[in-house]
Design a protein around this ligand. Structure first.
Ligand code: PNS
Length: 169
């Protein structure tokens, strides 16, 4: 029991809130598989490979943490990984309804797999990847919101995007 948990998400980009949850999950489970959803939306900033690479870099000193990418149903992936638990973060009441629906849907699909909600540290409660993307694209400081390798990478990525941006005349 309680040996492997999956922590799924988009992680575009990984934030300090995500890292906080990975560390918390690792205290509860022997192994935590951080699983990046492969379905990229049009508004994504980082490719799946970039997210996986950054998450690996951020967790390289955390024993028992593995980073992988998945597609298809989360519960199918959890079964393949022999995981009986899914970890999701709850930041505020606004997250609750969405998370509650997903958790109950996953329970219908796989009654043997349990979802566990964890709360991040208070200072990460306001953090979301969507807002971090916006701050990054507008050239704002990122150090407070994302782990150092992510801050450095995002700054470079945004510089590259700005260089290749050609406004329509
Ligand atoms: O970080 P996100 O975008 O809130 O993560 C959402 C995620 C990856 C947990 C969710 O979209 C998911 O599990 N997708 C896989 C497809 C699936 O299993 N769908 C049924 C439950 S929504």
């Amino acid at each position: 029991m309680n040996s492997i948990a999956i922590y799924p998400g988009s992680f575009d980009p990984p934030t300090n809130g995500h890292l906080d949850l990975i560390i918390r999950s690792r205290k509860l489970f022997k192994k935590v598989v951080v699983a990046v959803l492969r379905n990229t939306s049009k508004n994504s900033l980082l490719s799946i490979d970039e997210r996986v690479k950054l998450l690996r870099e951020c967790t390289k000193d955390l024993p028992g943490v593995e980073v992988d990418a998945f597609d298809g149903l989360l519960v199918d992936y959890a079964r393949v990984r022999k995981s009986s638990h899914i970890i999701r973060g709850i930041r505020a009441l606004t997250d609750f309804e969405y998370e509650f629906q997903i958790a109950l849907l996953n329970r219908r699909l796989a009654p043997d797999i349990e979802t566990i909600f964890l709360m991040p540290r208070e200072e990460h409660v306001f953090l979301s990847s969507r807002h971090v993307r916006e701050v990054a694209l507008l050239g704002g400081p990122l150090e407070e919101f994302v782990p150092p390798p992510v801050a450095v990478y995002l700054a470079g990525k945004v510089r590259e995007l700005n260089r290749s941006y050609k406004p329509e005349s």
